[in-house]
Design a protein around this ligand. Structure first.
Ligand code: FES
Ligand SMILES: [Fe+2]
Length: 371
């Protein structure tokens, strides 16, 4: 059994991983020429869209005297701080104007930057890249570039539907993630007369394999309790359905279900907002049920119920975690949670030494549990 580190017992940089893309806001919540607030990894951000609709993200603090820039005036191109009127280019954070300077004062305005973060829109979400040494606000730090594009949902046809769900959880990213990958809570948390009861518990055996930065539950016929599967098998032969579930650092779970030309794909993230708060965002894309009345609504209803049950559970769990209890992880049901902590540790160690990341799994593993 492994002791579980509570957030307050961990080193400051071990809980929330930098150097990754994170989902910040649903795309439809940010209109052109508008500013919105968001928090990622305890960093206050102001997020907006320029006149062309391009999203941007700045640290929500003026580099002059810390005024939150979301209170400022935005003309679709430059953002003006409401305190002394300094103006910043929203895409790179570079200062454009300091109104108090007289014509003979030669201060280099263009050397000042409001912290700016790489920002992209992908599958109905605005993603922000949080670099390792972030723009601290007051400063001369030029924006850093993201090494790759923001993650995308895998799609297998040109036409598909897309939907999202989100829920705030009052627990750390670690509890949010291990709750998400935990197979043993299903019969207790997700019971409903139309779904399953705790009497439907049975033994399960699943194969896992290492993948870069994470692990995969190998392609298999989905669990009879999986939501899309229950719906899907109403329309296609049950044994033609396969699913693959991946987890990759820092916080991404993808599930792909395929049955002939039909597919369902989801990308779920657990985003650290603060040390003790995270947010779960499920975005799903599919080309099934397009011709079935209520198909998507039914799926959304089922997912919304699931997410709400998880949210409520973590809300209750947070009451217990306040008192800093001892925790344990058992085999095999909590093995994915152990891999998650080992992956994080291996990632941080590789960063510290500059070497290759040593994957905690040597090869494929079969896990067994009852759920
Ligand atoms: S605090 Fe922003 S311009 Fe002074
Ligand atoms: Fe759950």
């Amino acid at each position: 059994m492994t002791e579980l580190d509570l957030p307050q017992r961990q080193a400051p940089d071990a809980l929330m991983l930098t150097g990754f893309w994170y989902r910040a806001l649903p795309a439809d919540r940010v209109c052109r020429n508008q500013l919105r607030k968001a928090t990622l990894l305890e960093i206050p951000l102001v997020i907006g869209r320029d006149r062309q609709g391009q999203p941007f993200a700045l640290r929500d603090a003026c580099p002059h005297r810390g005024m939150p820039l979301n209170y400022g005036a935005f003309d679709g191109e430059n953002l003006e701080c409401p305190y002394h009127g300094w103006q910043f280019d929203v895409h790179n954070g570079q200062c454009q104007l300091i109104p108090s300077l007289t014509s003979d004062q030669t201060m280099r305005v263009d050397r000042i930057y409001a912290g700016s973060y790489p920002c992209e829109q992908q599958d109905n979400f605005i993603w922000v890249y949080i670099p390792d040494s972030g723009p601290q606000g007051a400063g001369f730090t030029k924006p850093s570039e993201a090494p790759d594009a923001a993650p995308q949902i895998e799609k297998f046809s040109d036409r598909y539907k897309l939907a999202y769900l989100q829920a705030e959880m009052p627990v750390s990213i670690d509890h949010g993630i291990i709750g998400l990958m935990d197979p043993a809570h299903g019969p207790f948390v997700h019971q409903a007369w139309w779904w399953r009861s705790r009497h439907s518990i049975h033994e399960k055996k699943k194969n896992f394999e290492p993948i870069p930065n994470g692990f995969r539950m190998s392609a298999h016929t989905p669990s009879s309790n999986s939501a899309p599967y229950k719906l899907l098998r109403l329309y296609v032969k049950a044994d033609s359905i396969t699913t693959t579930i991946d987890f990759v650092l820092p916080n991404i779970r993808t599930e792909t279900i395929r049955a002939g030309k039909y597919w369902f794909s989801s990308l779920t993230t657990v985003t650290p907002v603060t040390r003790n708060q995270c947010r779960i965002d499920v975005v799903a894309a599919w080309n099934i049920f397009r011709w079935v009345p209520f198909g998507p609504e039914l799926l959304k209803f089922v997912f919304a119920k699931f997410v709400e049950q998880d949210r409520r559970t973590m809300e209750m769990q947070a009451e217990g975690l306040k008192h800093n209890p001892h925790l344990m992880l058992i085999d095999d049901a909590d093995r994915p949670a152990k891999w998650y902590f080992q992956l994080k540790a291996a990632h941080l160690e590789a960063k510290r030494t500059g070497g290759e990341m040593q994957h905690p799994m040597a090869g494929p593993v079969t896990l067994r549990w009852r759920s």
